[in-house]
Design a binder for this molecule. Sequence first.
Ligand SMILES: Nc1nc2c(ncn2[C@@H]2O[C@H](COP(=O)(O)OP(=O)(O)OP(=O)(O)O)[C@@H](O)[C@H]2O)c(=O)[nH]1
Ligand SMILES: [Mg+2]
Length: 327
Amino acid sequence: MAASLVSTATPEEITAGSYVGFDSITRQIEHKLLKRGFQFNVIVVGQTGLGKSTLINTLFASHLVDSKGRTEPDISPRATTEIHPQSHVVIVENGVKLRLNIIDTPGYGDQINNEGCWEPIIKYIKDQHSAYLRKELTAMRDKFIPDTRIHCCVFFINPTGHTLKPIDIVVLKKLAEVVNVVPVIAKSDSLTLEERALFKERIMSEMQHNQIRLYPFDADENDDEELQLNERIREMQPFAVVGSERTIVIDGKATPARKHRWGIVNVEDERHCEFVYLRNFLTRTHLQDLIETTAHIHYETFRSKQLLALKESSAKAQQQASQTSNA
Ligand SMILES: Nc1nc2c(ncn2[C@@H]2O[C@H](COP(=O)(O)OP(=O)(O)OP(=O)(O)O)[C@@H](O)[C@H]2O)c(=O)[nH]1
Ligand SMILES: [Mg+2]
């Protein structure tokens, strides 16, 4: 009988005497999530030749087996010419499965007229939202919709030491409306420490001036620790990175590094560049939040706009139909 399921016991009695066992829900969720794995989609955007393809290969070096990266200097340079979804890479660490999809894009800014050069990139991001929405709206929708929505856009800034280029500001504004944007200073081995600090300050004040909203965002549910972490990330942004597809043995360990006449830049050494901070941020501290923010903020904005437009157009069609039937 249903009535017998309703307990008349006080809360104290329930916790003391009759353990229900729902605290195992965290383990149940964990088990389910582990079985399903995680999908993480990253896009890299920026002007031509800033090292986008190289950094991708540095970030996930050992995993991108079929990368088209240049590993030897005598191989001819390979400019990326089209938006290129890298093959899905599956990384398994301690039983956790991460399906990683990296989208490499051609550099922009080297045409005489750069008008609209960002459009294919924005279209690509919106197309993924649109594909997800279509799947969600089908009557017999799948229980698990494959997620191709872009969770993070790593934006490459030219290490000029001056200011952002007007074209960068335009592209950044467009991107920040549809995706989580994480800016990085490319090839930061070309800047001195003072130049780097000053450049960062200038970039961030330009971002503020142009009202470009960068990731991470603070949410109401964030606790103090998370808010502090976000604040630290904001203080460090944009990460000054160096990439390399070649490794050099340092302290007995093959390490991604760049060899100059004057010495070696160890990509993974925090004293040389902020690559490690970027990697920790993307894969260790904010991976889940990047995925959630995409679903709850960027996709939700897209979804409500689309559904509103759909409602308006169907209301218009109905109105027209009733007008023609009355005529
Ligand atoms: N000094 C320095 N050179 C770099 C760095 N990263 C990449 N490079 C070099 O810059 C050149 C261009 O690198 P890519 O990774 O092809 O650049 P990209 O941004 O993908 O270029 P496009 O696809 O043409 O837009 C290569 O010769 C790299 O070796 C870096 O951090 N520092
Ligand atoms: Mg490239």
